[in-house]
Every structure is written in C-alpha cells, then in structure tokens.
Design a protein around this ligand. Structure first.
Ligand code: FE2
Ligand code: FE2
Length: 163
C-alpha cells in the first residue's frame, strides 16, 4: 500500500511572498509527497524508484538553495553566511545518505521522506522566514539606492502571513 496519509499540503503560512521561491518550495513538497506515494514497503520497488528520481531531486534542491542565496546576496541579508551553512550541510547530508543507500544500506523510503519533510518544513518556518521578513522590511522601505531589491523583485501579490 502506498503511504499517502503522511503527505504534506501546501499552506499559505509557508509562503515567503516571493513567487519563484514559493514555487520551488512547492516543488520540494511535491517530491516529498511523491516519495510517500512510492513508499510501498517493498525495498526492491522502492530502490528502483529512488534510483530513478534521486539525482534530479538533488539537483532541484541545489537549484533552490542557489536561488535563495542569490536573493540574500542581492539584498545584503545579514544572515546569509549562517543560512548558506545550513544549506551546505543539508546538501552534504542528503548526498551522504544517497551514497549509503547506493552502497547497500537498507532503504526505507518512508524514513527518507520523513527526514526530508521535517527538514524542509522546519527550514521554511525558521531560517527561510527570517530572510523573507528581512526582504519585506527592506522592500517596503523607500528606495534609498543602496539596496538592489524592490517590491517588484519580490513579485507581488504578497500573501500576508500574519492573518
Ligand atoms: Fe527554502
Ligand atoms: Fe533556505
């Protein structure tokens, strides 16, 4: 039986108010859901599926992190270095896990899905929300010529998370 009960639904509370980033977060959650829907408990099947999708998923994760980092650099976000560190260490953890599975460690797709889901959701809620708050603070400030981001860069409409 495919494990769909633990799938995660997108919610407005996850929004950064930046369309390209929200779209990528949705893509990551879609991948988590895809992992759950392929978690049948049959390791042979799960391995086949994992092998098919994992490289592309790793590339997607890297692209997402690079997009956020570009925004953070462009806005001179003070938390950039620390945020990038969490991205880098997560990427390494994922790559290490993939290597372990490839060299024979028992693969339980549901476990891998839960690990991804927990990390992505807590990263969105804590670290990503911090840069989003910063973007919005500076984006609503009158242009002073020093910061290279404006409300136009943040792609309105903004979803108000405080409601
Ligand atoms: Fe993110
Ligand atoms: Fe991030």
């Amino acid at each position: 039986m495919a494990n769909t009960a633990k799938q995660v639904m997108w919610s407005a509370s996850y929004s950064m108010g930046v369309k390209i980033i929200d779209d990528q977060h949705k893509g990551l959650l879609d991948f988590v859901n895809d992992l759950y829907s392929h978690s049948t408990g049959n390791e042979k099947e799960e391995r086949l599926y994992f092998k098919e999708v994992i490289q592309q998923a790793v590339e997607y994760i890297k692209t997402h992190f690079a997009t956020e980092e570009k925004f953070m650099i462009a806005t001179k976000y003070p938390g950039y270095a620390a945020h990038k560190k969490t991205h880098d260490s997560f990427t390494l953890t994922v790559i290490d896990s993939v290597k372990e599975y490839e060299t024979g460690k028992r693969l339980v797709l549901e476990k891998f899905a839960r690990f991804l889901k927990d990390w992505v959701l807590s990263h969105i809620a804590i670290e990503d929300k911090q840069y989003s708050d910063y973007f919005w603070k500076i984006a609503t400030r009158k242009a002073d010529g020093k910061l290279s981001i404006t409300t136009a860069d943040l792609e309105i409409p903004y979803i108000d998370r405080t409601k």
